[in-house]
Design a protein around this ligand. Sequence first.
Ligand code: FES
Ligand code: FES
Length: 168
Amino acid sequence: MTSAPPRPTLIPVSLTVNGLPVDAAVPGRLLLADFLRDSLGLTGTHVGCGHGTCGSCTVLVDGEAVRSCLQFAVQLDGCAITTVEGVSPDGQLTPVQQAFQDNHGMQCGYCTPGLVCSLTALLAKDPSPTEETIVDTLNGHLCRCTGYQNILKAARQAAGRPVEEAHG
Ligand code: FES
Ligand code: FES
């Protein structure tokens, strides 16, 4: 008879998620992405590559765009997390979300939550980014549906730039 594997030690963590306090006890190696999705049911955060390449798991940590597949939940103790479910506290589409809708900036939508979070973080810091800055931000995201032109148009609209603009 084999013995059961040892249970992982649980570590207390206190953070704010989408404006609500969350206190939990989690394994030290539980990824933030899995904590959000599996423990809190916030499945708008998508996991694509799982190793920091695709950007689909991007959330806001204290206002910064962060890849939640590269963070352990315990590292976020004391932090404020915003997922795509929380970017619009009043339930209305934010300018970024509206821009994606207006420009058909999604196909399957798998990459969209991460893009919305990254652009939200960018525009909070720089409401009038240059074309180069917008492209730099989008460069951190992979879209398997390859709808990059409409994503770029959405980003330009959210940034208050002409959507068809070709050069910054
Ligand atoms: S799932 Fe995190 S960057 Fe791809
Ligand atoms: S819209 Fe399908 S992965 Fe980007």
